[in-house]
Write a protein that binds this ligand. Structure first.
Ligand code: SF4
Length: 256
């Protein structure tokens, strides 16, 4: 999947597209209200990527009763932390932040080294488990459903990604309201509604995770090329998202 630098494109001049995105947004906001009513307690796992800032705007902007949390892995880029603070100011809300258990991080560092994730897939997955997977499981405990910003176009098994599915790993319903949105539509929504987004997106980081595991992509590279770039594409996942028992390879923030 190749991409243009969408944050820099003036799509707002395309009035038909802007109207189509606004109409889609109405449907998603209604879905979110329905989910809040039917699946309480429900939470939104906010990776702080572009898609998730769309959902943040739709939830906080509308006052929908859905909790929002993010995972602070301890290795996030400064720009992502700055976005967290900026979003809190913009919406006058406090983001719930889940941190890794310090024992798990200490154990990883003792066993593999502070940057041991570069040395093997096993070490990288151990780091992702300690810093992301376990905190996510804690954040989802006791919930009936969780919301994600996954889009079908980001997934290599895209035909299997559905708006509503059952997450058998975490044992709750998983809702992906933006499943049929394109990346261009995401950026039209963000720009039309002046939603805060990560400054790294302006510097050719379409997918942003932890700082040591993310770099900018070159023109023509896959949107995921900047994530765990030292690994083969077959191993690039962190275990947060499964569909029909298969890991989903996704191209956005903290989720992968
Ligand atoms: S993305 Fe990198 S630093 Fe972040 S949890 Fe995974 S291996 Fe660790």
């Amino acid at each position: 999947m190749q991409r243009e630098n969408l944050p820099a494109i003036a799509d707002l001049a395309d009035l038909e597209l802007v109207a189509a995105v606004a109409a889609k947004a109405v449907g998603v906001k209604q879905l979110l209200r329905d989910v809040a009513r039917d699946y309480a307690p429900v939470v939104f796992a906010n990776s702080l990527g572009a898609e998730d800032m769309v959902l943040t705007d739709m939830i906080w902007g509308e006052g929908t009763e859905i909790g929002i949390f993010s995972l602070d892995t301890g290795r996030l880029p400064a720009e992502t932390c700055e976005l967290m603070a900026r979003a809190e100011r913009h919406y006058d809300r406090r983001l719930e932040v889940f941190a890794p258990r310090h024992e798990a991080v200490q154990s990883f560092v003792a066993g593999f080294g502070i940057n041991g994730f570069y040395d093997s897939v096993e070490a990288r997955k151990a780091c992702c488990h300690a810093r992301k997977v376990e905190p996510l499981q804690r954040a989802l405990a006791g919930k009936q459903a969780w919301i994600t910003g996954l889009r079908a176009a980001q997934s290599q098994t895209r035909e299997k990604l559905k708006t509503v599915s059952f997450d058998s790993v975490n044992n709750l319903v998983k809702i992906s309201p933006l499943v049929d949105w394109s990346e261009r539509e995401i950026w039209v929504y963000l720009r039309a509604n002046q939603v805060p987004y990560n400054a790294l997106h302006n510097r050719n980081y379409p997918s942003i995770g932890c700082a040591p595991c993310t770099r900018a992509i070159q023109p023509g590279e896959d949107v995921r090329a900047g994530r765990w770039w030292w690994e083969t594409s077959e191993t690039k996942e962190c275990g947060l998202h499964l569909v029909d028992g298969r890991l989903q390879r996704v191209a956005q923030g903290v989720e992968a």
